[in-house]
Design a protein around this ligand. Sequence first.
Ligand SMILES: Nc1ncnc2c1ncn2[C@@H]1O[C@H](COP(=O)(O)OP(=O)(O)O)[C@@H](O)[C@H]1O
Ligand SMILES: O=P(O)(O)OC[C@H](O)CO
Length: 503
Amino acid sequence: MTEQRYVAAIDQGTTSTRCMIFDHAGTVVSVDQKEHRQIFPQAGWVEHDAVEIWENVRTVTAGALAKADLTPSDIVSVGITNQRETALVWDRKTGEPVYNAIVWQDTRTDRIVTKLGGGDATKYTATTGLPLATYFSGPKVMWILENVEGVRERAEAGDLCFGTMDTWVLWNMTGGTDGGLHYTDPTNASRTLLMDLDSLTWDEGICADMGIPMSMLPEIKSSSEVYGKVRERGSLRGVPIAGILGDQQAATFGQACLSPGEAKNTYGTGNFVLLNTGTDKVMSKNGLLTTVCYKIGDQPTVYALEGSIAVTGSLVQWLRDNLGMIATAADIENDAKSVDDNGGAYFVPAFSGLFAPHWRSDARGAIVGLTRFVNKGHLARAVLEATAYQSREVIEAMNADSGVDLEVLKVDGGMVVNELLMQFQSDILGVDVVRPVVAETTALGAAYAAGLAVDFWASEDEIRENWAEDKTWTPSMDDAEREKLFAGWKKAVTRTLDWVDDE
Ligand SMILES: Nc1ncnc2c1ncn2[C@@H]1O[C@H](COP(=O)(O)OP(=O)(O)O)[C@@H](O)[C@H]1O
Ligand SMILES: O=P(O)(O)OC[C@H](O)CO
C-alpha cells in the first residue's frame, strides 16, 4: 500500500526554489522549479526578496502536485531543505520582512566580524564549530539590527522574528501571522554562529555579544519529526511537515552518507564537501567547519566536518552572464574540450573572499599565468579546473583532520553532468568519483527526513538500499602531472590574498 503514496520536498536554493515528489523507492515522480532574482545593491552585497521566494514556494508546490496529478491526500509528509546561513528578519504581526534576506555569499559584515573577533577569528569556534566569517547568519542579523531604521527597538520589544530560509518557509506554510511555527533544525542553527554544538541550544553569551535579543530566535527542533501541518489554504493542506535539513546536510543524507567516514561533494553555486564523523565532534585544525550533519528525532546528534567553497558553478554563471563568453552553462565543456590543458592559466574565483580552508575575506578573484598563447578554451578549462582544485584543498584538510583517506567521492549537484570536470576531479584527487542515479540528493535527503518521521521509510537501511550508482570516473593522470598542476594552483591562490585594504 505504501507504494501508492509519496513524500514531497521543498528545496529553497540560492538560485531557485524546487518542489520534488518522490515515491518509496526514492524515484523522482515530479519536479517544479522557479528561479528568483539575485539582488546586488553594491559590490560584495547579495540579497534575496523573501516575499518573492515564498510566492515561488507556493507556485512550485502547486506545480509539482499538478504535474504528477496528485492531491494532498497522496502525500504522507513534506520536508524542507534550504540554502543555509541566508538571514531574514520579519515582523511576527504583519509577516513583512524588515529588509531583504542577506545571502550567505554577502560580504558586507566584513568589518563587523573583524571587530567581534578583536583579532581572533576563532573566538567562538570551540562553542559553534565555526570561524568568525561573513558567511554565517549571526553577523548578518547584527547588520540588520544596526542599519535598518527602527528595527532594534522593534526587536527588543519582541515584535520581530529571525530565521534562515527553512524557518521562513515553515512559518509561512503553517499559517504565517495566523499561528505560523517559528522553528528551525540543528543543521541550520549550526550555521548561525549562535548555537552551542554540544547542547544544540542558542548561546546567550554570543547572542549578547552580537546584540541579538533571544526572543527573535526560532526554537531548535530535530531534523526529523512532525513539526505541524500545512495551513488550510496551502496546496498541501493538512500534510504533516516532518523534516528540515540545510541543503548540504540534506545532500549528505540523500547520498546515504550515514556512517562515519562517508563523504559527498555537491557541485552547485558553490561546492560543499561533508564528511560524516558520527556522534564524534571533530574540531578542525585545518580550516574546516564542524557542523551538525543531522539529528533524527531523539536519536544522538550526528556531526560532520565540512569544507565550504563559495564559488564554483557560480563562476560558470558569471562567465555566461557577466562576460557573455558562453551562451549556456553546458557550453563550457565544449570550449574546454577544444584544448588539452589549461595552457598555464589558473582562475581563482575569490569573489566572496576565500572560504575553506583559507577563510580570507581580503582575497579577490584573479586569473594568473596569462600569455598570448592562452585562448578561450584554456580559460574554460581553468574555470572548470578551479572547482576541482578547490575540492582537493578541502579534501586534503579533511584527511589531515580526521585521518579518513577517501577511497571514493560521491558527487551530486548541477555541475556533475560535466564529464570533463568529473574526469579531471578524479585525476586531481587520484580517487574514484561516483555519481548516483538520483542526482537530486538535496531534495531526496529532505524527503527521507520527512518520510522517516512518519514511518514511510522504516529505517536508514532502506535509504542505503535505495542508493544506486549511475557512473564512476577513475583516475588516469600520472602522479607527477597531478602534483605539478596542483602546485600551480596553490601558487595562484597566493596571488589573490591581501587584495582588499582595511578602510
Ligand atoms: N554543464 C555544466 N557545466 C558546468 N557547470 C554547470 C553545468 N550545468 C550547470 N552548471 C552550474 O551548476 C550550477 C547549478 O547547480 P545547482 O545544483 O542547481 O545549484 P544550486 O542548488 O546551488 O542553485 C550553476 O551555477 C551552473 O552554472
Ligand atoms: O543553495 P545552494 O545549493 O547554493 O547551497 C548553498 C549553501 O547551503 C550555502 O551554505
